[in-house]
Design a protein around this ligand. Structure first.
Ligand SMILES: *Cc1c(COP(=O)(O)O)cnc(C)c1O
Length: 375
């Protein structure tokens, strides 16, 4: 759908538009892999792992098949036992909790900071019990959680920290790249993520040699030597075609993240006079986000606003409509348990955000949001 005459149709995420900008480079890289016959792990995957280690400043980057697998494999590497507790946020994509429950662990939730949508670090300590093994913060929407406090609390109580950095590759906390601050970090290269493959892909990072060895083994059926299996593992390896696409795209990630950041600033400028009705995302002191999403809170009238935006050709999404403590699959709570998360779920609206977005589109989208809330 075309809006406002000359402005091209607005996408929530523009994977095709981005591909067209780099088509020759990506096509050639894919063809090279096809002709090499080296389709799983091998030189293209290794090249991507080394490139990510250097980009993130971490000692070990281990590629796997998805961000969800990355979470599961990280918990297997720390030898999570049934009944072990992991402190995490109820306001995130399901995978963060799904993998804990799958391994028999218990997700213990802490409500969010309503300004950043990230785990409220001041309420973590009250949830620590003798069964607590780890803290699992999510850098939601590309903004790092408060890693200084989380690291302090974890060190004091001898807990591991696993960063769910699925939405935050390239984000910084106090000038340091996320992924190297926790004991392990997990990454997703799902096509709509800031660094997206053309299918499923993921990665685990760590600075710890022993964990790295365990992670590598688990990804490959628990085997270091063909047909010898020393521990329980899974089949979660990266396809060379995905690795080579990611190798090409990694070169442009900082540029794309800078575009997102500029578009986020433009959105917030447009909304500046409407603070009573539109709460714009707040960047925490110390955080350099990469704007995986630009999410606003509409205190009133989200339903009506969505109807207006639909009619105006403005895509949007709700991340996330059902908090994880209320999901039927892993129910561990009831309505009222985490009021700030529940409020966010009921009022949040994510607007188009991607590397191909233009200032004209942002102006149009923001104008339509402002018209919608005036109705
Ligand atoms: C996307 C995402 C995942 C899962 O990654 P997949 O690659 O889709 O399996 C996990 N956690 C968060 C926060 C995510 O956004």
């Amino acid at each position: 759908m075309s809006v406002a005459g000359s402005i091209p149709a607005i996408q929530m995420v523009d994977v095709i538009g981005q591909y067209h900008r780099y088509q020759d480079e990506i096509d050639n890289a894919i063809l090279e892999v096809v002709r090499s016959g080296k389709y799983i792990n091998g030189p293209y995957v290794q090249r991507f792992e080394r490139a990510m280690e250097s980009y993130l400043g971490v000692k070990h980057a281990i590629a796997c098949a998805s961000g969800t697998d990355a979470l599961q494999i990280a918990m297997m590497a720390m030898d999570l036992q049934p009944g072990d507790e992991i402190i995490t946020t109820p306001f995130t994509f399901a995978a963060t909790t799904e993998t804990i429950v799958l391994l028999g662990g218990v997700p213990v939730y802490v409500d969010i900071d309503p300004q950043t949508f990230n785990i409220d670090v001041e309420r973590i300590e009250e949830k620590i019990t003798p069964r607590t093994r780890a803290i699992l913060p999510v850098h939601l929407f590309g903004q790092p959680a408060n890693m200084t406090r989380i690291r302090e609390i974890a060190d004091k109580h001898h807990l591991l920290v696993i960063e769910d950095a699925a939405q935050a590759v390239g984000a910084k906390w106090n000038g340091a790249m996320v992924c190297g601050i926790g004991d392990m970090a997990t990454i997703s290269f799902y096509p709509s993520k800031n660094l997206g493959a053309f299918g499923d892909a993921g990665m685990i990072t760590t600075n710890d040699d022993a964990l790295a060895a365990a992670l590598r083994t688990i990804c490959n059926h628990g085997s270091d030597r063909a047909y010898y299996h020393d521990r329980l593992g899974v089949n979660s390896r990266l396809d060379a075609i995905q690795a080579t696409i990611l190798n090409v795209k990694l070169q442009y990630l900082n540029e794309w993240n800078a575009t997102r950041s500029a578009m986020a600033a433009l959105y917030s400028n447009h909304f500046a006079g409407y603070g009573d009705q539109i709460m714009v995302p707040v960047v925490a002191e110390g955080a350099t986000p990469i704007w995986h999403q630009y999410s606003i809170i509409l205190k009133d009238g989200r339903e009506k606003a969505m109807e207006h935006l639909k009619a105006a050709g403005v895509p949007f999404n709700i991340y996330y409509p059902v908090p994880l403590h209320l999901q039927k699959a892993y129910v561990a709570g009831k309505l009222g348990d985490f009021p700030l998360t529940e409020f966010a779920a009921a009022h949040i609206l994510s607007l188009p955000m991607h590397s191909e977005l233009t200032p004209e589109q942002v102006e149009y989208i923001a104008g339509q949001v402002i018209t919608a809330i005036g109705k």
